[in-house]
Design a protein around this ligand. Structure first.
Ligand SMILES: Nc1ncnc2c1ncn2[C@@H]1O[C@H](COP(=O)(O)OP(=O)(O)O)[C@@H](O)[C@H]1O
Ligand SMILES: [Mg+2]
Length: 233
């Protein structure tokens, strides 16, 4: 049986000033190595949930445990370190440094993550292999990221997230800027790269069409418990 990577128990989170809970997740677990599609309409709390899982936000109630370790119990700097070592993020807007080469953007991933760096044979070789696997040709490795197409930039962002085999790849609507054909192709290459490296993938989208590529699909609205604020007591 697969081991549990991450477990949420009775997690409640409310943005400051909000009239009710933004999220109430009675239970959610991710197994090591599985590839999960999380969907829900815009504004349903998908990005908020990812920030909780990543320890960027801390829940007002409940627990988020990574292989038994509670993120909320860590100091903020320990949480930042933990995030850098164990998670790779892919965002809708890529967040690449446009003046750096594609290759240097990928290498940045492990600059401050000694555990991830220690897993690499040679950071440069592994980064090049990832770019290759994700369909970025050698001619593009030294080009400035800002000069690449949108689809290429998203693959560079995926390579950066994957370098050094973090336990979890978190992808927040990473295909929204791509056209339909490139969306499917991107999900396929990302999925293959995660499988080959044993990284768990949590992929978020409002576009349910993409769910067919995944082991499991989770609906955020169905996952939610009661959001009424009086349950706070
Ligand atoms: N930084 C923030 N401050 C206050 N409220 C926020 C913030 N980010 C998101 N929200 C609110 O939290 C709810 C969920 O938003 P979000 O997690 O971004 O949903 P999704 O990613 O599914 O579109 C929305 O009602 C949104 O307005
Ligand atoms: Mg979002």
């Amino acid at each position: 049986m697969k081991s549990t990577l991450l477990e949420l128990r009775d997690v409640r989170f409310r943005w400051p000033g909000a009239a009710s809970w933004t999220l109430h997740i009675p239970a959610l677990a991710l197994a090591a190595g599985e590839r999960v599609f999380l969907h829900g309409p815009s504004g349903s709390g998908k990005s908020t949930l990812l920030s909780l899982i990543g320890g960027v936000l801390t829940p007002q109630q409940g627990h988020i445990r990574w292989q038994g370790q509670d993120l909320a119990a860590m100091t903020p700097s320990a949480r930042d370190r933990f995030r850098g070592e164990h998670m790779g993020f892919i965002f809708q807007q890529f967040n690449l440094l446009p003046w750096l080469s594609a290759l240097d953007n990928v290498l940045l991933a492990v600059q401050w993550s000694p555990l991830r760096r220690a897993r690499l044979n040679s950071a440069r070789q592994d980064a090049e292999q990832l770019l290759k696997d994700l369909g970025i040709t050698q001619a593009e490795w030294q080009r400035q990221a800002g000069q690449l197409s949108v689809g290429q930039q998203q693959r560079v962002a995926a390579a950066r997230a994957l370098l050094g085999q973090p336990d979890l790849i978190i992808a927040d609507e990473p295909t929204s800027a791509l056209d339909a054909q490139h969306q499917d192709r991107f999900v396929q290459v990302l999925d293959q790269a995660c499988q080959a490296r044993g990284s768990t993938l949590l992929f978020v989208s409002h576009d349910e069409r993409l769910s067919r590529h995944f082991d499991r699909r989770v609906s955020l609205p169905e996952l939610q418990g009661s959001l009424a604020l009086q349950e706070q007591a």
